[in-house]
Design a protein around this ligand. Structure first.
Ligand code: SF4
Length: 377
């Protein structure tokens, strides 16, 4: 298949791996973070760590929308689902994310709440039209990639005068989170990030220019890469070249999809419907100013947080869950005592074991040694 098979060519992968091994200076320890969970998935699915020299280390980042949502927001979604006369719709992975006390949307569905898995927000609009006597709430999550469809759906709901549709908005912003990882260096860690692999799909929407200020301010190279294994290997080689040369700039490896400006039409749509939230809590990263979006006053009728009174939740993580450290890249999934023992994809105790983009789920799925308790790279 064009644009896929040629980016999974094992002979070319070996060539890139050899070039990485030659380029990596023996006296240097290169720690690169792949921000996006899609890249984490690729890295483990294709065994990329086994192709890298010992001094090139990939650190998993927080770019999995299911993983970064804090328990307090999951608790609010569960509270919405439990309201009378309500149907709560969301993506499949969100149903299994544990909230406080290990309650999840799937568990409240089993108890009788009307919770439905949808593939897109458009399905939710259809459900709203078919059930005019009920309140239909879409539990919206995601980075810049999933925000434009939510904006379109809210505009369509307004045009169609849908009175029973609203959105519980949890859309978050990539560059702000990336900057917070550099700004607040956790204590007692040996992690020193030399650069980032920038997200693929997010960058199609926001463009490569969105990272230029971060790269210049923190003097870190950022290479935007596609999701195929050769894309990732190529990006690692580009990052090593920048580090070796003492450069720090934004480079675009994913030129077949990303340009500097991004998708201007999508950006306009998002701006019409959403504005910055003053602050938003991220699992693992804490409260970050201007790191998420809220629905503008013009569309307040479609904002579930305005339409419904939701209980406050402090959101208690499962004791022993290391998701917060995993999301910051401070710990590897295998350093969590619960990994593969009590926390598995069938019984996730933390959000990082739910989605295939979560670091714990990716390591569990593709590294058989990790399931036997062997620490992986
Ligand atoms: S293995 Fe489970 S409990 Fe441990 S950090 Fe990962 S998701 Fe959390």
């Amino acid at each position: 298949m064009k644009y896929i098979t040629e980016f999974r060519d094992s002979a070319l992968a070996q060539v890139l791996a050899r070039r990485i091994n030659i380029a990596a200076s023996p006296g240097c320890h290169y720690q690169f973070m792949e921000f996006c969970g899609g890249h984490t998935h690729t890295i483990h699915r294709y065994g990329i760590p086994s192709l890298l020299p010992i001094n090139v280390e990939m650190i998993h980042g927080p770019g999995c929308p299911v993983c970064v949502l804090p328990i307090a927001r999951v608790d609010k979604a569960i509270a919405l689902a439990c309201l009378p006369n309500t149907i709560l719709c969301t993506y499949g992975d969100m149903l299994r994310v544990p909230g406080s006390g290990q309650r999840s949307l799937l568990k409240v569905k089993a108890e009788g709440a009307d919770v439905r898995m949808v593939y897109s927000i458009d399905d939710t609009l259809e459900i709203a039209k078919q059930n005019p006597e009920k309140n239909i709430v879409f539990f919206a999550i995601g980075f810049e990639t999933t925000t434009p469809p939510t904006a379109v759906a809210i505009q369509n709901a307004k045009l169609q005068r849908l009175k029973n549709f609203s959105v519980f908005c949890n859309h978050v912003l990539t560059p702000v989170a990336m900057e917070s990882l550099l700004k607040i260096q956790p204590k007692n860690t040996t992690i020193s990030l030399a650069g980032f692999i920038g997200p693929a799909h997010v960058s199609i929407v926001i463009g490569s220019s969105a990272y230029e200020k971060i790269s210049a301010t923190y003097k870190k190279p950022i290479v935007i890469a596609g999701f195929e294994p050769l894309d990732v290997l190529h990006a690692i080689l580009m990052l090593i070249a920048q580090v070796n040369a003492g450069h720090y700039e934004v480079e675009n490896q994913y030129t077949r999809a990303v340009n500097r400006e991004g998708n201007l039409k999508s950006q306009r749509l998002v701006h019409e419907v959403f504005e910055l939230r003053p602050t938003f809590e991220w699992r693992g990263l804490g409260w970050i100013p201007n790191s998420a979006l809220q629905i503008r006053a013009d569309y307040a009728d479609f904002d579930a947080e305005i339409r419904f009174t939701l209980p406050e939740s402090t959101g208690k993580e499962h004791k022993g869950c290391e998701c917060a450290s995993v999301l910051r890249g401070i710990k590897k999934p295998t350093e969590c005592k619960l990994f593969a023992k009590v926390c598995t994809p069938e019984n996730p105790l933390g959000s990082c074991m739910v989605s295939s983009e979560g670091a714990c789920a990716a390591v569990y799925a593709y590294d058989a040694d990790s399931r036997k308790g062997i620490r992986i790279r």
